[in-house]
Design a protein around this ligand. Structure first.
Ligand code: HEC
Ligand code: HEC
Length: 182
């Protein structure tokens, strides 16, 4: 397998700057309030993403367009939709109630950005720099949006590195990238 110049340069930048894996700091997660309705409605197609992973403005936009939700129809009846939007907004990344405040989270996100994908945010890419497309596309993972493949407590809104359980099949790939270049 060959790796192009851009990848190599990126790698040198990583090595020259901070360690490729300077995680574990800055994450302060309190127990995420259990909301069975949220898990039922928003956890049937994918893991019920913790509200603290996106700002309130992102959740409002998502909840306004559930009929066109990433090529799926995720519509919910109106009273439930309103209640779930409130739950998301109250526990959003930029809310006072946020259960999981991470310094790195807001970094690189301007007030005008309204990301609908956690996986497209600068902080997500930053934290997951040791993970390359080969890992994301691995059959044990499938997509970066499949948090539960690696984060054993993702469905409870917890992503601490101490609770990571990488599938054995990808451990080597991740370890090699963490060490340096791949
Ligand atoms: C009918 C299935 C379905 C339901 C129900 C559903 N979603 Fe999704 N959702 C999807 C699909 C499909 C994607 C795109 C996944 C991908 O690209 O890997 C997605 C992606 C997302 C993403 C972006 C993930 C990323 O890439 O960071 C968020 C956030 C999200 N959904 C929130 C919600 C919320 C909130 C609810 C409940 C109101 C919900 N979803 C209900 C199908 C669904
Ligand atoms: C292929 C495995 C994998 C997938 C899938 C994955 N992650 Fe991670 N995640 C990791 C690894 C590895 C780390 C680095 C942990 C460390 O060493 O601190 C990490 C770190 C994190 C951290 C920082 C934890 C801390 O304590 O500093 C957060 C938050 C996080 N991931 C959220 C997510 C979310 C949200 C998703 C899904 C949208 C996701 N991850 C998908 C492997 C994964």
């Amino acid at each position: 397998m060959k790796y192009g110049l851009p990848a190599l340069l990126g790698c040198l930048v990583v090595l020259g700057g901070q360690p490729a894996l300077a995680m574990g700091s800055g994450a302060v997660c309190l127990p995420y309030p259990v909301n069975p309705k949220y898990r039922e409605e928003c956890g049937s197609c994918h893991v019920a993403y913790s509200p603290s992973l996106l700002p309130a403005r992102s959740w409002r936009k998502t909840m306004e367009n559930l009929d066109k939700h990433f090529d799926s129809d995720a519509s919910i009846e109106e009273p439930v939709r309103v209640a779930l939007e409130r739950h998301l907004v109250e526990n959003a990344m930029d809310s006072e109630e946020a259960t999981c405040r991470m310094d790195m989270m807001n970094r690189g996100l301007s007030a005008r950005d309204v990301p609908l994908r956690i996986t497209a945010t600068p902080y997500f890419r930053r934290i997951h720099r040791p993970i390359g497309s080969m890992v994301w596309k691995h059959e044990k993972v499938g997509s970066s949006a499949n948090c539960g493949a690696c984060h054993s407590q993702a469905d409870r809104g917890r992503y601490a590195s101490s609770e990571l359980r990488l599938p054995v099949e990808i451990q080597d790939l991740v370890a090699r990238r963490q060490k340096g270049c791949m």
